[in-house]
Design a protein around this ligand. Structure first.
Ligand SMILES: [Ca+2]
Ligand SMILES: [Ca+2]
Length: 64
């Protein structure tokens, strides 16, 4: 199962993941408050950093 980009670990990429994704990017120093999922799932370009450059990959996962 693809977990990258699945911010709430429900096995799907949809609007429900957006909040967790945004939170992972803006607050990289504390665990997500809305999910027990790994915040590093937001690292869609797998460079080890959660930042703006992960947005295109996340959007792509949502659309596919
Ligand atoms: Ca999800
Ligand atoms: Ca990244």
């Amino acid at each position: 199962m693809q977990t990258m980009g699945d911010m709430n670990c429900d096995g799907r990429h949809d609007g429900g993941d957006i909040q967790g994704f945004v939170q992972a990017l803006v607050d990289t120093h504390s665990p997500s408050q809305i999910s027990t999922c790994d915040p590093n799932n937001a690292d869609t370009n797998s460079d080890g950093v959660l930042d703006i450059f992960d947005v295109p990959g996340f959007v792509s996962l949502l659309l596919n």
